[in-house]
Write a protein that binds this ligand. Structure first.
Ligand code: HEM
Length: 288
């Protein structure tokens, strides 16, 4: 290779890296907006109804909700909703703090920014991990004692989601304690995606409904049908698959693969944006 072609290859690699980073940032930005809207809805609707003492409104929105006499079940539902708001707000925040922490040394005075960010990251991380464990255990309890909408396939899918949250949280925490930041970062991202599974479900469903202009491939009354069975697993397995491909492409540093990945992420993000808009206008806004 001549010196000129080596420089050109180097330049296109740098541009490809930057393009991939920009696509990932675009995805993350849209995700933060979408998740914080979901968190806001949870606080406003459930919190607002609870403050007004409007149990009927809460029950109308849930399959079982608050059942008179079922103290443990009711406790699980109430804590689930509180933890849902905490984790949906805290997840994106944790990644933002982690990213600032990685780049903190570039700012002046670095030590102040690093120290403060590290403290909040550690505190928020503990809350996030604890919330991840508790919300999954509570969710598993609700599914297998009270049941919920949908069929057995969906119950198994969401249960597997809960188990993966617990396992990934333990692994991410383990690497943080050992100080293996590279592995901690990757497992924290995997954890973030499985925790986001229920959010991806709502966004995916509303994207599908926007495309088909209504329910398609499932029965909207029983909430069962092939599309929902696939979505119940895809809500966390598909994002995990895309993340693994992203990691491989990032590690290989191949310009073509990076451009292709950047285009894929951008297209998926636009589709996700349509789903978020659908969920916001169709599911959350009418109740806020
Ligand atoms: C980790 C993130 C999770 C979040 C943010 C979350 C959020 C929510 C929210 C907001 C609701 C109320 C329905 C709505 O307004 O859309 C809900 C209901 C429910 N969630 Fe979760 N959830 C999570 C994880 C799980 C897991 C892992 C399970 C099961 C293993 C689960 C099981 C349930 C069940 C059964 C209900 C329905 C309760 C009823 O209808 O009485 N959730 N969740």
């Amino acid at each position: 290779m001549t010196k000129k072609t080596t420089i050109l290859a180097g330049n296109s690699n740098d541009i490809a890296k930057l393009t991939l980073k920009s696509a990932a940032l675009f995805w993350f930005f849209i995700t933060v907006v979408g998740q914080w809207i979901f968190a806001y809805y949870t606080v406003l609707f459930y919190g607002g109804s609870a403050i007004r003492g409007d149990i009927e409104a809460i029950n109308k929105n849930l399959i079982h909700g608050i059942i008179s006499g079922d103290h443990i079940g009711n406790f699980m539902v109430i804590t689930h909703l509180i933890l849902a708001a905490i984790i949906t707000f805290g997840g994106p925040l944790q990644i933002i703090l982690g990213t600032i922490l990685m780049d903190a040394d570039r700012f002046k005075p670095a030590s102040n920014i690093r120290g403060a960010t590290a403290l909040v990251h550690r505190l928020n991380g503990r809350i996030y991990m604890m919330t991840a464990f508790l919300i999954s255990i509570g969710g598993l309890y609700m599914i297998w004692t009270r049941g919920t909408i949908g069929g057995l396939a969906q119950h198994i899918a969401i249960s597997l989601n809960g188990v993966l949250i617990i396992v990934f949280a333990a692994i991410a925490l383990g690497y943080a304690i050992k100080g293996n930041i590279t592995k901690h970062k990757r497992w924290a991202l995997r954890l973030f995606l499985v925790v986001s599974g229920v959010w991806f479900f709502r966004v995916g469903l509303m994207l599908w409904m926007s495309i088909h202009q209504g329910p398609y491939g499932y029965d909207p009354i029983t909430f069962t049908g092939p599309f929902l069975y696939i979505l119940a697993f895809a809500q966390y397995l598909f994002p995990l698959l895309v993340l693994e491909v992203y990691f491989r492409v990032k590690d290989r540093e191949n310009a073509r693969a990076s451009f292709a990945m950047a285009i894929t992420i951008t297209v998926l993000t636009i589709a996700m944006g349509v789903g978020i808009y659908g969920a916001f206008t169709g599911m959350w806004l009418p109740k806020m």
